[in-house]
Ligand binder design. Sequence first.
Ligand SMILES: Cc1cc2nc3c(=O)[nH]c(=O)nc-3n(C[C@H](O)[C@H](O)[C@H](O)COP(=O)(O)O)c2cc1C
Length: 205
Amino acid sequence: MQVCILMGSPRLNGNSAELCKPFIDELRLHKTDVEYITLHGKRVAPCLGCYRCQNVAGEYGCVQRDDMQAIVDSILKADVLVFATPIYTWQVTPSLKAVMDRMYGLNKFYGSVPRSVLNADQAYALIATCGYDLDYGAGLLDEGLRRWCAHSGRPYLGMYAARDDDDLASFQTATAITGAREFALKILKYKRNSRNGKQEGNAAL
Ligand SMILES: Cc1cc2nc3c(=O)[nH]c(=O)nc-3n(C[C@H](O)[C@H](O)[C@H](O)COP(=O)(O)O)c2cc1C
């Protein structure tokens, strides 16, 4: 099992990073290969909306040349892709949003090439930290990821979120740590069923 974590906080030792620690530790205890990618400082330009990736079959196909190609290589290797982020204005951070938008080239839904999803058999999951109570603070993003996964016909393994009541200390409690470990165990139950090149997907996004 291979897990790739895309960590979107600009605070590399902040709350979201702290919540990832027991999560990663539990995954590694179970012999999982984990790649932890911090997005802050990476060069990932916003999507141009040019749709040229939609006319490139069998590969990512984005025309922009920056750090996204290496990130895509890591994404494609993973069985489970985890987005870890603080909630910023009910959404992900700008660095993570740029990556999520630039993942458009993984779904070939809107161009001249046969309909396919390059990472069709990969599950997504979400780790979020927020200032509001969890449903109010992170619920919209959780629902957004659920819809994004449905759109591509992929499994969504859900969200683990914890609230920032006292900055780092909030994420060092037994409750937060146990929750992160339990979420890792949930992720480990996912069994990839190798449906590469799946020709599915829902309505236009
Ligand atoms: C620019 C900014 C926007 C934020 N927006 C929200 C928000 O919309 N909802 C919320 O519940 N918390 C919000 N927060 C609080 C953060 O999500 C919270 O403090 C988080 O734990 C920070 O995580 P980090 O240390 O990993 O960056 C915001 C914080 C910042 C800096």
